[in-house]
Design a protein around this ligand. Structure first.
Ligand SMILES: Cc1cc2nc3c(=O)[nH]c(=O)nc-3n(C[C@H](O)[C@H](O)[C@H](O)COP(=O)(O)OP(=O)(O)OC[C@H]3O[C@@H](n4cnc5c(N)ncnc54)[C@H](O)[C@@H]3O)c2cc1C
Length: 203
């Protein structure tokens, strides 16, 4: 289904969008991982907004590298995962960005989130080796990341080293719950909700 934002981007695509070509595609746990030829000058914490073929728009996190990577969570048969399942090496797509999304001061950082946060955790881990703790809700995370069970927010607060910045991302319910658990221990966090039940395109 198209969206107003998607239709506007389609009208302006030659002016405001970049193009990338898919190099490779593979399934990694509950994700499709796409490597692409270029995502511009993407930095850790950036986002891109992909214009889907039906003129809808979905936001994903570039993982800078050579080549850069996208990790798309296959949570349901919805437009983003449908596109990721259908796209093939050699295909091109248009996107807006990269644009700044999550700003984290220099130094150690704890990234807390869900499956949609694995990409941003990976991006910061590559940009700041040995300075990133990644805590991911649910059963799956990439190597070097830790998982936690839904509701086990006390463990998150206990895992925050002195002086680290906590960045909360992922589903809005998780962000709200973890922020409350951290506040109870006087720990501040920067927050960025990536999706919310019953809503699309919250960014
Ligand atoms: C800055 C930013 C960076 C992001 N980076 C990534 C990334 O790297 N990888 C990634 O996979 N996602 C990422 N997301 C999240 C992604 O944009 C959303 O999950 C998006 O809604 C997915 O689109 P969709 O077509 O699957 O579902 P939509 O059509 O947008 O949503 C339909 C319904 O599905 C539910 N829903 C949406 N997303 C999820 C989910 N992940 N899990 C469970 N239920 C969901 C909601 O109830 C929603 O109403 C990012 C979001 C933002 C804002």
């Amino acid at each position: 289904m198209s969206s107003a934002k998607g239709r506007i981007l389609r009208l302006l695509e030659n002016l405001v969008l970049r193009e990338a070509r898919v190099i490779s595609k593979r399934v990694v746990g509950p994700f499709i991982e796409l490597t692409v030829d270029s995502l511009g000058d993407a930095q850790a914490g950036d986002k891109i907004q992909i214009l889907l073929p039906d003129n809808d728009v979905r936001t994903y996190t570039p993982i800078p590298g050579d080549p850069p990577t996208l990790l798309i969570h296959l949570h349901a048969d919805t437009p983003g995962p449908r596109w990721a399942r259908s796209v093939a090496p050699g295909d091109t797509f248009r996107f807006k960005g990269p644009d700044r999304s999550l700003r984290v001061p220099d130094g150690p950082v704890v990234i807390v989130g869900d499956a949609t946060s694995v990409a941003v955790a990976k991006a910061f881990s590559l940009a700041r080796p040995d300075s990133v703790t990644a805590l991911i809700e649910g059963p799956f995370a990439l190597e070097g990341m830790r998982t936690f069970a839904t509701g086990d927010y006390a463990a998150i607060a206990a895992a925050v080293p002195d002086g680290a910045t906590v960045a909360l991302t992922g589903g809005s319910a998780l962000v709200v719950a973890v922020r409350a658990a951290l506040r109870a221990r006087s720990i501040d966090a920067v927050t960025k909700a990536y999706w919310a039940h019953g809503r699309t395109g919250i960014d």
